[in-house]
Design a protein around this ligand. Structure first.
Ligand code: OFO
Length: 168
């Protein structure tokens, strides 16, 4: 049985993951609206991954006999100044999520909740990858410095990203 404090914190994280999905869906729509279909694709894949993260929390809470409580999802921003700005905001958001995951881990440790510590380890590793991916694209965008040609080449590359469901 899940401790009430752990259950509430996991529900809050379920909501943060749904907001992450919403944020990246909004970025996908924005990239699409400025003609960058490859960037839009990258963000759409990110949206799907975040939905999967949310469902991991949903299933885990249920598997421990906890109560899933769906909270209101915040409205995400709809516009960014440039592709670089959007990715800088993405990295900032992922750093915030890393902090949330670390706090959840601290709570699980405090409660000596070993199954939850084990469950969260996947997210600890995932956050390293998430931040690294964002940093890589930010570095590329800084090198390009707004060059149309550079953006076009990167757009073609980001169009290749595909969603691979976790279970596969
Ligand atoms: Fe972006 O990793 Fe979940 O939120």
């Amino acid at each position: 049985m899940l401790d009430k404090r752990m259950n509430d914190a996991l529900n809050k994280q379920l909501n943060e993951e749904l907001f992450s999905a919403y944020l990246y869906l909004s970025m996908s729509a924005w990239f699409d609206s400025i003609g960058l279909k490859g960037f839009a694709n990258w963000m759409m894949v990110q949206y799907k991954e975040e939905t999967e993260h949310a469902m991991k929390f949903y299933s885990y809470i249920q598997s421990r006999g906890g109560e899933v409580k769906l909270l209101a999802i915040k409205e995400p921003p709809q516009k960014w100044d440039s592709p670089l700005h959007a990715f800088e905001e993405t990295l900032k958001h992922e750093q915030f999520i890393t902090k949330c995951i670390n706090e959840l881990t601290d709570l699980a440790e405090e409660l000596k909740d070993r199954p939850t510590m084990n469950f969260l380890q996947w997210f600890v590793d995932e956050q390293v990858e998430e931040e690294e991916n964002d940093r890589e694209i930010i570095d590329r965008l800084r090198l390009i410095e707004g060059s149309k040609n550079g953006i076009f080449i990167l757009d073609r590359e980001l169009a290749q990203r595909q969603f691979v469901p976790e279970s596969q």
